[in-house]
Design a protein around this ligand. Sequence first.
Ligand SMILES: *[C@@H]1O[C@H](CO)[C@@H](O)[C@H](O)[C@H]1NC(C)=O
Ligand SMILES: *[C@@H]1O[C@H](CO)[C@@H](O)[C@H](O)[C@H]1NC(C)=O
Ligand SMILES: *[C@@H]1O[C@H](CO)[C@@H](O)[C@H](O)[C@H]1NC(C)=O
Length: 480
Amino acid sequence: MKLSFATTIFQVIALASSSSAAESNTFKCLDADEVDYSKDYFPDKIEPTYSQLWEMTYHKTYKIFKNKVTDTSYALYQCGTELPDGVAEQHTDTIAVPLQDGIALSATTQVPQLEQLGLRRQITGYLGNPAYISSPCVSSLASGDDTKITPVYDDQQGFPNTAGTPKLDFIANNPDVMILKANDTGNNTVNWNAYVENGNKATYEWHKVMGAFFNLEKLANEQFQEIGDRYDCVNDNANYLLEHSTSTSRNLRTAEKEESMVEGDSERKLSELQKPKVLWATKIWNGPYWDVARCDEENEYYCEFATACASELLHSNDGSIENYYTPGDYHMTTEELKEFGKDADVWIIPGFIYGELSSVYSEFWGNFTDFKSVQNGQVYDVRAKGGNNWFESRVAEFDVVLQDFCEVVGLYDDSSVQHERQYFRKLLPVAEEPGDLGTCEDVDAQWESVASECTSLNGASSMNVIASVVISVISAFYLF
Ligand SMILES: *[C@@H]1O[C@H](CO)[C@@H](O)[C@H](O)[C@H]1NC(C)=O
Ligand SMILES: *[C@@H]1O[C@H](CO)[C@@H](O)[C@H](O)[C@H]1NC(C)=O
Ligand SMILES: *[C@@H]1O[C@H](CO)[C@@H](O)[C@H](O)[C@H]1NC(C)=O
C-alpha cells in the first residue's frame, strides 16, 4: 500500500498530539487556552525513599504535597491551569508552580538547596536576619543598595530582623511568593520540617520537595542520588579499610592492629578493637560544663557519621548537670568528661574555637593534656570553611561531612584523590587557619560540589562518582 506524503505527515502529527505526557516538566506558565486536562504535565516525579514525613502525589495538572509533621497539605498546580472543583477545599493552601514570585526562606539550611538547584535568584525574602547567611553569593543578593532578597520581619521567627520589612507588607508586594516556615498557615506559607526527620538521607531528601516547588523534580532526584551514592561509597570504603587496612600513617589504629595480631585475636574481635573512638563534645556556652553526644534517643546525625566511618562514637547522658533548657538532658562536669573522653582517638568539638585550644579552654586544659586525642594532635572544631557554614551547609553536604569524618578517624581512602577537609579544622598542635568563604564571583554560577571523587575500594564494583554535579541547562531556562 502506498501512502501519500500528506497522509504520512498527518499520521505523525496525530501520533505526537495523542501522547498523554509532556516530555519533561514545564518551567513556565502555560497559556490557559492551550491546557489539555487529560495530559500529565509532570512526567518527572519525586517520591520519598528515606523520608518518613512527607508525600507527593501527582494528578496530571497539579500535585499534592503532604507534610505529616504539621498535618498540612498543599495543592501545587501547574501555573496557567485551574484546579478542578473541590480540590482546593481539601488542602491547607493552593500555590501555582513553578513559583512565580520566588520563595522566602526561614532557615539558613534551606539556602544551599536553592543554590544546588541553580535558583539563587528565586530567593526573594528571608524571614530573620540575613546576616546569618554564610553563602557569599546569597549574602550578596541580600545586601547592598540593590537588594534582591528582602529581609522580612516576622515576630514568630527565631532571630527576627526587626529592621526588616513587615511580613504582611512583603506578602502584599509579592502575592505569589511561597513562604517556608516550620509552622503557621495562610498566604502561601508552606511548612518545612526537614530537621525532624531521622537520618542524614531522610533529612536531605526534602531537597526533592524543594525541587518540586519549581518543577525541578528531575534535577533534584539526580542530585539526591549522586550525593547519596557518594555517601554510600565513602561508607563502604571505611568498612573496607577497617577490615583490610594496610599500614598507612593515616590509619590511627594500625599500631594496635599489629599488636593484637601478635596476640592472635580472632578477626572479628580484631576489627572491634580497631574501631577508632571519637569523642564528640563541646563546652556549653553559659557554664563550665560539657555537652556530650547522645545516640540513644534518635539516631543523631553525628552517630550516623561515626557508624558510616566504621568508628565508635562515645555517647552518654550520664552527666550530673541537668540541661537548664531541656530537662532530662545532662551535661558533664570537667572531671566527668576527663574520665569519659580520655581514651578517644579523635575529639571533635562541634563548635567554633576562636584562638588556640589551650588558651580558649585554659581553665580546664590541665584536665585534657593526657587525652589520647590531645597527645596525638587529633582534635578538631567545625570552622574549616569559615562563617556559619557548618550550620548552613552540613545537611545539604552530608556526603562531604562524611568524607571529613572518615578522614579524621583515619578510614578515608585518599590514595587516588586527596580530600581537602571542608568542615573539621585541626586544632593541634597549632590551630589551622579557619577558612574564608570568600566573595561571590558570579551570582549565576552553577553550584559545584566540594566533595572529593570517591572510588570504591571493593574492586568488584568500581563506581566513579564525579566530584562536581553537572547541572543541566535548566538554570538557563529559568529566566522568567
Ligand atoms: C513554630 O515554630 C517555632 C520554631 O520555628 C517555634 O519556636 C514555635 O514554638 C512554633 N509554634 C507553634 C505554635 O508550634
Ligand atoms: C495574609 O495577608 C493579608 C495581607 O496581604 C493579611 O491581611 C492576612 O492577615 C494574612 N493572613 C495570614 C494568615 O497571615
Ligand atoms: C580541671 O578543671 C577544673 C574545672 O572543672 C579546674 O578547676 C581545674 O583547675 C582543672 N585542672 C587542671 C589541672 O587544669
